[in-house]
Design a protein around this ligand. Structure first.
Ligand code: FES
Ligand SMILES: [Fe+2]
Length: 357
């Protein structure tokens, strides 16, 4: 099985074999793609709580992390260096991190501050007693962290496209939080997200709000951008002079970052979906909302999110059942409508090959 599993030429390529969606061995192999960049939190969440544990990242890649705003902001291990207890259990604003097991205390920069009953310990504290720091990157007010920085994301290019929205000024709105469990493999959720092909068939209401003839898909290293055009009289972005899409009527930018993050930018703000793999036939999708303009949230392409979500879940759960059929293995891609899915399968396969699993 070489690099040619998914042909580079979409006109000839066949989709990922169904075992990738249905077999435990493949599910385990694919876990290796989750150690690269992951969304940690938006700046507005850190404004509320200086100590922010990141349970969603632990659910994704088994690494317990905590984001801490001290003199500088760091993403650190949330595991006590004494005997491995979890440090921060809830978001809070304490001035230090104190372990609830035996009282080891850390400064907000992760260095050890105090440990009871260790006066006689030799060579203590050492470098190993401080908390390990993980890579951290801030992009348009959003923090990203990684276990290892293995994937490249063209942050600057994406900033040119989306920076005009000033997402750093958006505000986290807990009323938009959702946590859905879906009886389908995480990749089916991504596959479905990466094509607008199904919109007229699965989402009649959304279809009315979008001009499907103007739906554009762009692929780049580490992700896919889909652009939804607005219909006459609809809410659309006010694009500044010199913007790459100047002059177009755009209702939404749908940005997917490999492997599991979806940033849906609407004139009202940002709806973020994070897909958490659970098993071959189950995933969770976490939703978070960051609002720019509350009044606009009720209009346009971003206003029927819950309906669209139910429709998508219904269809991908049905596809999951198709993945175990003896009669189905691989399909083909529409060369005009499924460039995003094709790109995802290619970079996914390249990533597992790189990881040598
Ligand atoms: S495990 Fe944290 S102080 Fe013992
Ligand atoms: Fe959909």
């Amino acid at each position: 099985m070489g690099e040619s599993l998914i042909d580079k030429d979409i006109r000839k390529a066949r989709t990922l074999p169904s075992r990738f969606y249905s077999e435990t061995e493949e599910f385990e192999r694919l876990k290796s793609v989750f150690t690269g960049w992951q969304f940690a939190a938006h700046q507005s969440e850190l404004d509320i709580n200086a100590i922010l544990p990141l349970p969603h990242i632990e659910a994704i890649n088994s690494e317990s992390m905590v984001l801490v705003r001290g003199e500088e902001t760091n993403c650190m291990s949330n595991v006590c260096t004494h005997r491995g207890m979890r440090l921060a259990l809830e978001p809070c604003n304490k001035k230090s991190l104190r372990c609830r097991y035996h009282g080891r205390t850390f400064h907000l920069d992760g260095t050890i501050k105090h440990m009871p009953e260790f006066d006689q310990a030799i060579g203590f504290p050492s470098q190993d007693d401080h908390l390990v720091k993980f890579p951290l990157r801030q992009w348009l007010g959003m923090y990203f962290t990684a276990v290892e920085q293995e994937n490249t994301i063209p942050w600057e290019m994406l900033e040119q496209r989306l920076g005009f929205l000033h997402p750093e000024a958006f505000v986290f709105d807990t009323a938009l939080d959702r946590d859905h469990t879906i009886e389908a493999n995480w990749m089916l959720y991504v596959d479905n997200y990466l094509e607008g092909f199904h919109i007229p068939f699965v989402h009649p209401e959304l279809n009315q709000a979008l001009d499907s003839s103007g739906y554009v898909t762009e692929t780049f290293e580490g992700g896919v951008m889909q652009i939804g055009k607005a219909v006459e009289g609809d809410v659309k972005f006010d694009l500044p002079e010199g913007h790459p899409d100047e002059g177009q009527d755009i209702a939404a930018y749908y940005l997917w970052l490999f492997p599991n993050m979806m940033f849906n930018f609407y004139p009202w703000g940002l709806s973020l979906n994070i897909v958490v793999p659970v098993s071959t036939n189950q995933c969770r999708v976490l939703y978070r909302g960051y609002v720019k303009d509350q009044a606009l949230a009720k209009e346009g392409a971003g206003s029927i999110l819950d309906t669209v979500e139910d429709q998508d879940q219904w269809v991908i759960e049905a596809v999951q059942r198709g993945m175990v059929s003896r009669a189905y293995d691989r399909g083909r891609y529409s060369p005009t409508m499924e460039q995003g899915v094709h790109h995802f399968h290619r970079i996914l396969y390249q990533a597992i090959q790189r990881s040598g699993r």
